[in-house]
Design a protein around this ligand. Structure first.
Ligand code: UDP
Length: 406
C-alpha cells in the first residue's frame, strides 16, 4: 500500500508538507469513525484509505462498524431512500427499532475518543451517549439531502442537532440546523488499487477473464445494484445506441452489507439484459478494485445514470482515468462534471443514448472531455484535499470561536 510520502508525486512536495504540518497539530488525538458497512458503497471506499492515511499524518484514527439485523437494514434503506426524496412510509415502530438498535450497539462499543465521527444516518443515534463518553462529535451525511421526505428528515434532525457539527458534501445538501455546518466534498485515492495506473496487459487480462472483446467499444457503468443507480435505464439507453452502432455494455457491481435490495435489482437487470450476449452483467465480490480499475480503463465511454446520488465517487474514478463520462445531473455529480467541458450531464434515457452516439462518433471531443475531467479531479477531489479538510474540521472543533478557513 502507498504511504503518505508517495502522494508528493501527485500533489507536489509543498502540499504534502502542509498536510503533515496540520497532522502534527493533532498528533496523538483519537478519531473514531463509525459507519454501517465495512465493504460496499462510497463511505466504506473512502474510510478504507482515509483511516490509514490519517494515522500516517499522526492522528490516532480508528474505524468501527455498527451491527444490525435484516429488519434494521431494511429500515435504514427506507430512511436512505426517503432522504433522497423517494416516498416512504416508515412507521413509528420502525423508527423505534432503529433507535433501539443504535442503543444496543452503543452498549457494546467503546465510544471514547477525542473526536467521534459518525457517517450517515444508520448510526446517527449513537450520539445519545456523548455526555457519558465526552469528546467532540461530528456527523457526516453522504446522501443528497436537498429534497428529503420531511418526516424522515425531522426524525434524523433531532439526533443530528445533538452533534457539534454536521458535514455535507455539497452546498445544495446543507439543511437548516442549529449546529455548525461544514462543506467537505468526498474524494478518491489516486494511488489505491482502484485508481492507480495499470499496464495494458493487466487491463487485457481482466477483459479476457470476463470474456469481453477488447477490440470492440465498451460502455460501462460501475455501481451497486440499486434502483437509484438506474441500471435498467442504462440497458435501455444502450439498446437505443445498439440499433445504429456496435458496442458492448458492462454493468458491474456488487452489493453492500447494509443494502438489502441488491439481489432483487440484480434479477431485474439480468432479465432486461437477457438475449443480448454483448451485455455483461458482472456481480463483483468485495475487493474487486483491480477489476473495476481495469474495466474503467478499458471503457470507451463511462456512464453514471443515477436517479439520485450522494456524491457519486464512480464519476471521479472514471474522470481520473481520463475517460469521457455521461452522467445524470443529480446530487454531487454536477460538482464533478461541467457539461460539455469535463463530461456530459443528462437527465433521460434518450439523452444518454444521444450522447453515447455523439461521443462514439467524435473521439477527439470525447478525449478532451476526459483530459479536462482528470484535471478537475486532480484539483478538487483527491484524498489529500479531503484529509486536509478533515484535519481543519477537527481543529475547528477544538478551537471553538476561532476562525478556521476550510
Ligand atoms: N464499488 C465497488 N464495487 C462494486 C460497486 C462499487 O468497489 O461492486 C465502489 C465504486 O468503485 C465506488 C464506490 O464503491 O468507489 C461507490 O461509491 P459511489 O459514491 O459511486 O456510490 P454509493 O455506492 O456510495 O451510492
Amino acid at each position: 500500500m502507498p504511504t503518505i510520502n508517495d502522494y508528493g508525486a501527485v500533489i507536489g512536495a509543498q502540499a504534502l508538507e502542509e498536510l503533515l504540518l496540520l497532522g502534527g497539530k493533532l498528533a496523538g488525538k483519537s478519531v473514531l469513525n463509525i459507519n454501517s458497512t465495512a465493504v460496499g458503497g462510497g463511505v466504506a471506499e473512502i474510510l478504507t484509505r482515509m483511516v490509514p492515511l490519517l494515522r500516517e499524518v499522526g492522528v490516532n484514527a480508528k474505524w468501527d462498524v455498527i451491527k444490525g439485523d435484516e429488519h434494521f437494514f431494511a429500515i435504514t434503506k427506507s430512511i436512505h431512500n426517503a432522504l433522497h426524496g423517494v416516498p416512504a412510509a416508515i412507521s413509528d415502530a420502525e423508527f423505534d427499532y432503529f433507535v433501539e438498535t443504535n442503543r444496543r450497539n452503543a452498549a457494546e462499543m467503546d465510544l471514547h475518543a477525542d473526536f467521534v465521527f459518525v457517517h450517515d444516518p444508520q448510526p446517527v443515534a449513537l450520539v445519545e451517549q456523548r455526555q457519558k463518553c465526552g469528546g467532540h462529535w461530528l456527523w457526516r451525511g453522504h446522501v443528497d439531502f436537498s429534497r428529503p421526505d420531511l418526516r424522515t428528515w425531522n426524525f434524523l434532525r433531532h439526533y443530528v442537532e445533538l452533534y457539534d457539527g454536521a458535514v455535507f458534501s455539497a452546498p445544495s445538501f446543507a439543511r437548516e440546523l442549529a449546529i455548525k455546518q461544514l462543506l467537505i466534498a468526498p474524494s478518491i485515492d489516486p494511488l489505491s488499487d482502484k485508481n492507480k495506473e495499470l499496464s495494458q496487459p493487466e487491463i487485457d487480462a481482466v477483459l479476457e477473464r470476463f470474456a469481453i472483446d477488447p477490440s470492440r467499444r465498451i460502455i460501462t457503468q460501475i455501481s451497486r445494484f440499486d434502483y437509484l443507480k438506474d441500471p435498467v435505464g442504462v440497458i435501455k439507453a444502450y439498446k437505443m445506441v445498439k440499433r445504429y452502432t456496435d458496442a458492448q455494455l458492462v454493468l458491474a457491481g456488487g452489493g453492500a452489507t447494509d443494502d438489502p435490495e441488491g439481489p432483487k435489482v440484480m434479477a431485474e437487470v439480468a432479465a432486461e439484459a437477457a438475449q443480448d450476449k454483448d451485455i455483461f452483467v458482472l456481480f463483483l465480490p468485495p475487493a474487486s478494485d483491480l477489476e473495476i480499475n481495469a474495466l474503467q480503463r478499458a471503457s470507451t465511454v463511462i456512464l453514471q445514470k443515477s436517479l439520485k446520488e450522494g456524491f457519486g465517487l464512480t464519476v471521479s474514478e472514471a474522470l481520473w482515468k481520463g475517460k469521457p463520462v455521461i452522467a445524470s445531473a443529480v446530487g454531487g455529480i454536477p460538482l464533478q462534471v461541467a457539461h460539455k467541458f469535463s463530461g456530459i450531464l443528462t437527465r433521460t434515457v434518450e439523452g444518454t443514448a444521444y450522447w453515447i452516439k455523439q461521443l462514439i462518433h467524435e473521439p477527439e471531443y470525447a478525449r478532451k472531455l476526459g483530459v479536462n475531467g482528470r484535471e478537475h479531479i486532480k484539483n478538487n477531489f483527491l484524498i489529500t484535499r479531503h484529509i486536509k479538510d478533515y484535519l481543519l474540521a477537527f481543529l475547528s472543533l477544538e478551537h471553538k470561536g476561532d476562525i478556521v478557513h476550510l
